[in-house]
Design a protein around this ligand. Structure first.
Ligand SMILES: Nc1ncnc2c1ncn2[C@@H]1O[C@H](COP(=O)(O)OP(=O)(O)OP(=O)(O)O)[C@@H](O)[C@H]1O
Length: 500
C-alpha cells in the first residue's frame, strides 16, 4: 500500500503584497506562507514592515496590491495591547471576543446565564493552555506580561486557529519565555499555526520551525528548516542599511544631578553618579510601583523617603522632579510614554523647559523645534518620513528610540529606564546601550529595570533582585553570571533576602 502524507494546510499565503501610507512604502513585496502545525518566525529591523503585514493578515488593513489568502480565523496580539484598563481581565477576554464577533457588550452584561458560561469556558481554556491570569483583577492593576497573556486568551477564545504574536516575549524573563513557547508548541501540535515576531534571534533559533526576513518592506530571505544560521539571518536583515556605530553628532545631555536614594523600612536603593544599577525580576513583582514612587507619580508612600542629589524630594510632584533632572522611560512607551496624535517634534520638545523654542510672545519657534527633532531622529537612527510624522504612525521600535533619545536630552541627571530596548532591533539595542553608557560616563546615573538578563549584565555595575515587592541586597557585577542571576530570579537564594 502506498502511504501518502498530506501536505500541511496553508493557513495564510501572502504573495508580493504591498502597502503604502501616503509616501511611506511600509510593504513593497511581502511573501509569507503560514502552515498549520508550525511556528513561523518573522524578523526584520525596526520599520521593516512586520506589524503592517500582521495587520493586513488580520484584516485591520487592506493591501494595495498583491495576493493575500487567509484560510482560517486569525487572532492578532499586538505590541500595543488591546486590554481596557478599567475592565477585569475576564471582561477583556470576553468582550474582545464579542467585539470581534460583532456582539454587544451590554447583552453580555445583562445576560447572566451566558456570562457564567463565559467564565466557565475561559476557565477551561486557561486550564487547557496553561495560560493563567487573575480573571477578576482590573487590567490596569496587572503587569503588562499578564495583560499580554489575556490578549492571547482573548484571541483563542474567539476561535483563532492562526495566532499572530507581535513581539510577545519582550516583557518576559527567560523562564516565562520558555513557558510561552511550551504553550505555543502545544497549540501548533494541535493543528494551529503561530507567526512569531521577535528581535531576539536566539529565541527564534531555539523555538521556531522556519524563518522569514523582511527588509524595508520586502521578503529577502526564508529558511524552511531549523537549524538556522543566525549570522546569515542577521546579514539578510541589515544588508545595505547604515552601518551601526557610525559617528553621529548627538545632542549631549547636560548633567544636573547624579544621585538618587530611596529609603524604606527594610531596604535601601541608591544609584550614584557614573553608575548603572540594575533591577532584575519577573514583571509584576513591584517594578512599576517602585518606579512610580521614585518618579513621584505615587506620592502617597509615606514610609519611603526619596532623596535626589542630597535633597529630600519625597513630597515633590512628578513634574517638579522632572524639572530637577529626574527622567523616566516607562515600560510601555506606546501606552504611556508618547502622545500618539502629536508629531515627533511636539513629542520631543517636552524634554526641554517650557520656555525653550519659544519666541518673545510665547509662540513656538517651529524651525528650531524641528531642527532639534531632526537631530534626535538622526542620533537615534529613527526610520521616519520626518519630524512632522505623527508618533502613532511610527513602528514600535522606532517610537521606543525616540522616547529614549528624548529622555536623554536637555537637563538630565538620573534616568529611570524601564525596559529601555523593548521592541528595538539588534543594531538599535547596541545604539541605546551606548547612549546609556555615554550618559553615565558623563556623570549621569541610571536605574535600569529589565527582564533581559544579558542586558542587565552588560550594563549594570550592581544589580538588585526584586521579588514580591522586596529588594534583595545589591550584587556587584563581578559576583554575577547569567546562571547565578537566573538562580536568584528563580528564588533559589534565600541567604540575602533583605538588605541595606
Ligand atoms: N498608519 C501609518 N501611517 C504612516 N506610516 C505608517 C503607519 N503605520 C506604519 N507606518 C510606517 O510603515 C513602516 C513599517 O512599520 P511597521 O510598524 O510595519 O514596522 P515593524 O517592522 O513592525 O517595526 P518594529 O520592529 O519597530 O515594530 C514604518 O516606516 C512606519 O513608520
Amino acid at each position: 500500500m502506498i502511504q501518502t502524507i498530506a501536505p500541511p494546510a496553508v493557513h495564510v499565503r501572502s504573495i508580493g503584497v504591498a502597502k503604502s501610507f501616503g509616501a511611506v512604502h511600509a510593504l513593497r513585496r511581502a511573501d509569507l506562507v503560514v502552515d498549520a502545525g508550525r511556528i513561523s518566525a518573522l524578523v526584520g529591523e525596526n520599520g521593516a514592515g512586520k506589524s503592517t503585514l500582521m495587520q493586513l493578515i488580520s484584516g485591520d488593513l487592506e493591501a494595495d496590491t498583491g495576493t493575500l489568502e487567509v484560510n482560517t480565523r486569525v487572532g492578532l496580539v499586538r505590541q500595543q495591547l488591546s486590554t481596557i484598563g478599567e475592565l477585569t481581565l475576564l471582561e477583556n477576554i470576553v468582550f474582545g471576543a464579542e467585539r470581534a464577533a460583532g456582539g454587544s457588550r451590554v447583552a453580555s452584561l445583562f445576560g447572566d446565564v451566558s456570562w457564567r458560561a463565559h467564565r466557565r469556558r475561559v476557565g477551561e481554556l486557561m486550564e487547557r493552555t496553561g495560560l493563567v491570569v487573575p480573571l477578576n483583577t482590573r487590567a490596569a492593576d496587572t503587569p503588562v506580561g499578564v495583560r499580554q497573556r489575556a490578549d492571547i486568551l482573548s484571541a483563542l477564545y474567539r476561535g483563532a486557529r492562526c495566532l499572530l504574536l507581535d513581539e510577545p516575549t519582550t516583557y518576559l524573563t527567560p523562564y516565562e519565555v520558555d513557558g510561552l513557547f511550551d504553550v505555543m508548541r502545544a497549540l501548533v501540535d494541535g493543528g494551529m499555526s503561530v507567526v512569531f515576531i521577535s528581535h531576539r534571534l536566539r529565541e527564534v533559533a531555539q523555538h521556531c520551525d522556519e524563518v522569514s526576513v523582511l527588509r524595508r518592506g520586502e521578503t529577502v530571505h526564508h529558511v524552511a528548516q531549523a537549524p538556522f544560521d543566525l549570522a546569515e539571518i542577521g546579514r539578510a536583515m541589515s544588508a545595505g542599511t547604515a552601518e551601526h556605530g557610525a559617528v553621529v553628532q548627538r545632542p549631549r545631555p547636560e548633567i544636573t544631578v547624579g544621585d538618587i536614594r530611596l529609603e524604606a523600612a527594610n531596604s535601601q536603593l541608591r544609584v550614584h553618579a557614573h553608575e548603572v544599577v540594575g533591577i532584575a525580576g519577573v514583571s509584576g513583582n513591584g517594578q512599576n510601583e517602585l518606579l512610580d514612587i521614585i518618579a513621584g507619580i505615587d506620592n502617597a508612600a509615606v514610609n519611603v523617603r526619596t532623596v535626589l542629589d542630597g535633597h529630600d524630594v519625597s513630597r515633590m510632584s512628578a513634574r517638579r522632579r522632572r524639572e530637577a533632572g529626574l527622567r523616566f522611560v516607562p515600560e510601555s512607551v506606546k501606552e504611556s510614554g508618547s502622545a500618539r496624535d502629536s508629531t515627533i517634534t511636539d513629542n520631543v520638545i517636552t524634554a526641554n523647559p517650557p520656555t525653550a523654542f519659544r519666541g518673545p510672545f510665547g509662540f513656538l519657534r517651529r524651525g528650531e523645534a524641528d531642527n532639534f527633532a531632526r537631530e534626535l531622529i538622526s542620533e537615534a537612527e529613527v526610520v521616519t518620513s520626518g519630524p512632522h510624522q505623527l508618533a502613532g504612525e511610527l513602528s514600535g521600535g522606532n517610537l521606543q528610540r525616540v522616547a529614549v533619545a528624548r529622555e536623554l536630552s536637555g537637563s538630565v541627571g538620573v534616568l529611570l529606564a524601564h525596559e529601555p530596548t523593548r521592541g528595538v532591533d539588534f543594531g538599535g539595542v547596541a545604539l541605546i546601550h551606548r547612549q546609556l553608557l555615554d550618559f553615565v560616563e558623563a556623570g549621569g546615573a541610571v536605574l535600569l529595570l529589565s527582564s533581559d538578563i544579558d542586558e542587565l549584565l552588560a550594563l549594570s555595575d550592581r544589580v538588585h533582585v526584586i521579588d514580591r515587592g522586596q529588594l534583595s541586597r545589591s550584587y556587584l557585577r563581578d559576583e554575577l553570571s547569567v546562571g547565578r542571576l537566573g538562580e536568584l530570579l528563580g528564588g533559589l537564594d534565600t541567604r540575602d533576602e533583605v538588605t541595606s
